[in-house]
Design a protein around this ligand. Structure first.
Ligand SMILES: C[S@@+](CC[C@H](N)C(=O)[O-])C[C@H]1O[C@@H](n2cnc3c(N)ncnc32)[C@H](O)[C@@H]1O
Length: 178
């Protein structure tokens, strides 16, 4: 069974979170998730930007907006998803990842603003990626990489119109050595 991975972005503050939420979407897609649901007001521009990335770079990634994180978590649980909340106040990723890998349907919650205590209670796993405060983008990337055990690095994106290739630069001996 192919894993099904949904990311839940808890909170999206207009303007302030725009860049970070966009990066959560890009990282979720590039590192193998199927879908991101953003809890907050619908941001059509953000959705269009990500849909354009999908159109050009392939795959089937979906962006959705929902008002209530709790309703979404309960719905996902009913559909058989295990809920993994990324937080610095959790169990170390490296100690629990083998257990999580047994679950083929997972929903990963990442915060923006501080999450309410119920997120910890509703989650099946509260997981830290280091015990240091850092970023939801970094936590998501590292978690997905561990969950897929590196296989996402060579994921094929069906229908891609664009593909990044390795650039080769030649030294020309100019002012900066190029
Ligand atoms: C920039 S942090 C803000 C945290 C917020 N100030 C708080 O006290 O909860 C945003 C999100 O990054 C993620 N995050 C930050 N550090 C993390 C860590 N060490 N492990 C896992 N996730 C982390 C969590 O999902 C967190 O909700």
């Amino acid at each position: 069974m192919m894993p099904e991975v949904v990311v839940l972005r808890y909170g999206h503050r207009p303007i302030r979170d725009e860049r970070v939420t966009t990066h959560c979407c890009l990282v979720a897609r590039a590192f193998g998730a199927d879908e991101i649901t953003i809890i907050g007001n619908t941001d059509e521009n953000l959705k269009k930007r990500i849909e354009k990335v999908v159109k050009n770079w392939g795959g089937r990634f979906k962006v959705d907006f929902k008002k209530s994180w709790l309703e979404e978590v309960r719905r996902l649980k009913e559909e058989g998803f295990s809920i993994v909340h990324l937080t610095m106040y959790g169990k170390p990723l490296e100690k629990i990842i083998e257990d999580i890998r047994k679950h083929k349907k997972i929903a990963i919650i990442v915060g923006s603003k501080k999450v309410e205590p119920n997120v910890y209670i509703e989650s099946d796993y509260n997981i830290c990626v280091t015990k240091q405060p850092h970023s939801e983008i970094a936590a998501l990337a590292v978690f997905l990489d561990w969950y897929f055990d590196g296989s996402e690095l060579s994921k094929a994106f069906a229908g891609a119109k664009m593909k990044a290739t390795e650039k080769k630069f030649k030294k020309t001996g100019g002012k900066n050595g190029f």
